[in-house]
Design a protein around this ligand. Sequence first.
Ligand code: 13P
Length: 256
Amino acid sequence: MNTKPIVAGNWKMNKSGEEGVSFVGKIKNRILDKAEAKVIFCPPFTSLFSIVKTLNGTDFGVGAQNAHFEVEGAYTGEISVGMLKSTGVQYVILGHSERRHIFGETDVWINKKIHAVLNAELVPIFCIGETLDDRKSNQTTQVLENQINLGLQGMDSIDPVKMIIAYEPVWAIGTGETASSDQVARAHGYVQSILERMFGQIAHEVPILYGGSVNENNATELIQTDGVDGFLVGGASLKEESFCGIVEQVSKFYKR
Ligand code: 13P
């Protein structure tokens, strides 16, 4: 199992194919062999092939930002897990809050997608997180529990170490407002207790990432927070200085 901390960059709908290849090329030259972290790039679909090729032979990972659960068929605009696998990616982000809240993805769909990704032997990066309203009305733990129970339904017999969880409070995404260490530690502890109930002691091996306005100024404090095994980074993953700064701090300060 990979015990290194993880820094995954979710580029969302940013960077053309050319920009993406040039960007990962620069990062590769700068941190190759130096990063004590598993670095994963999650570009838009159109860049997957070329970025996998650019990173061939390195330890950097590449992930997609979504997938459809059906194998093939009349699903205009969708991309199957098999198609993603053929690009050479190893990871797929699923259940991101933007998919849930802007595109109306339900827990049932996310559950089907996680099944499809695991069946293809790719690693899902399963995102969960509460909205500001949920937090204000003391619903955080209930929301996290529901998202996990529904998202992982029918998976009691899988090896949970083959997935990654990302806790991303919706109110901290793209807002510049980071959850406090205390809030993050509590949420991660709670997520771990739910996973332990489902899978037993092995659940402690499942990496739980934090996401939501992570940048080079808060990465040191957040990576030392209990239960944090790395980050899923949005905005700061688009800039060389900030992304490399995060990777450097995670490499230095992570302690499991
Ligand atoms: P920001 O880092 O821009 O807040 O985005 C977080 C995120 O959504 C990563 O998936």
